[in-house]
Ligand binder design. Structure first.
Ligand SMILES: [Zn+2]
Length: 371
């Protein structure tokens, strides 16, 4: 240490002042003494007469609690679930530990867990018995999601049931819409099928339908369809801003929805685009979306923030399967503290502007938040 720094050496060694944590120049004694006077504590430690000390309000947990700006609440959480055809099925999804494929008759214990955790809502995905080119089980009145909605409403009438509205889990080709003869995903003919699916979910008792297909005009079509069917009170949570993301990997196993050819980049958003997200969301709000969603969450916190700043509608963020599975995998190896990482992640999503967070961590997080 240079001789000129000697008065500060003691404090540095004792860890009272971190050179790294201070703006450049603060530890330069010449500039330093011009700004601050210094004294010694009775214990011989250096004590500067700093007027502003940001650490004062971080000193105790009580103080930190009092000035905390962002709070994740159990009320913010939505728990996604995967319902499969058949009976007696409860099988863990390998890439998403703690998440299950459940047949309708095995839903009760899981719904009980959700209710016990006081998580207010579930989001349902369906895996049908049979798939075909137009995903017809997706809009069948006795489809797996339609049955699950009715069962959940019987088991827990107060639980909010949100349903995913998309064809990809139901089509043999795994795309989110119907195909032309040349294999293109057709926008306009898909809208009618999505509308039929949304109406059937709402008739089964869904509180909110959530179209995730990224076709243009689907919110308007679904809103009109619901209203015409006397379902004006059913809300629409639009996957308004859904990127063609590599973070969906584990979900495709969970929902058995991987495209059999090509990919979804022709309809989902291109990850580098931010202004386009505002246009997408504005269109959906104009068409009647009640809630707009950004998906995925973590790699798109800037997008979430711009949604919050630009719109007054509630904003949801989907903490997707890849984000979940990476945390689980690292935690299983002892590389991270799962609880702290999950709560920090959810806090970041909330701080960026989400009102609602769809997350596979919901039940664990709810328990941790209540502690
Ligand atoms: Zn889809």
């Amino acid at each position: 240490m240079p001789a000129a720094l000697w008065p500060f050496g003691f404090a540095f060694r004792r860890g009272r002042i971190s050179q790294d944590a201070h703006p450049r120049g603060l530890t330069n004694p010449a500039r330093f003494s011009a700004r601050f006077s210094a004294r010694c504590t009775p214990w011989g430690d250096l004590a500067l007469n700093l007027k502003i000390r940001h650490r004062r309000l971080r000193r105790t947990e009580t103080l930190r609690r009092m000035v905390r700006e962002t709070h994740v609440r159990v009320d913010d959480l939505i728990f996604p679930m995967f319902v499969v055809a058949g009976s007696g099925v409860r099988s863990e999804i390998a890439s998403m530990p703690g998440n299950f494929h459940l047949s309708v008759d095995r839903l009760a214990p899981e719904i009980d867990r959700v209710a016990q955790a006081r998580v207010p809502a579930v989001l349902l995905f369906g895996l049908p018995e049979n798939k075909d080119a137009t995903g017809s089980e997706g809009y069948a009145d006795d489809g797996v999601v339609q049955q699950a909605v009715a069962e959940i409403k019987r088991l827990a009438p107060d639980l909010c049931v949100v349903t995913d509205v998309c064809l990809c889990e139901y089509t043999s080709h795994g795309h989110c819409g119907v195909l032309s003869e040349r294999g293109e995903v057709l926008n306009d003919p898909t809208l009618d099928l999505l509308t039929r699916m949304a109406i059937s979910h709402a008739q089964a008792g869904a509180d909110i339908v959530a179209p995730s297909d990224m076709m243009d005009g689907r919110v308007a079509a679904i809103r009109q369809g619901l209203d015409d069917a006397g379902l004006a009170d059913t809300a629409i949570m639009s996957y308004a801003v859904k990127y063609a993301s590599a973070f969906y990997g584990p979900f495709r196993e969970a929902a058995d929805s991987a495209p059999q050819f090509g990919d979804r980049r022709g309809y989902q958003m291109d990850p580098p685009n931010a202004r386009e997200a505002l246009r997408e969301a504005a269109t959906d709000i104009e068409e009647g979306a009640d809630i707009i969603m950004v998906k995925p969450a973590l790699a798109y916190l800037d997008i979430l923030k711009s949604m919050r700043d630009s719109f007054t509608a509630p904003v949801a963020a989907y903490n997707v399967s890849g984000e979940f599975s990476m945390v689980k995998a690292a935690a299983a190896r002892g590389w991270i503290d799962e609880r702290r990482v999950v709560l920090e992640t959810l806090t970041a999503i909330k701080r960026a502007g989400a009102d609602l967070i769809l997350t596979y961590h919901a039940l664990d997080a709810a328990a941790w938040l209540e502690q």
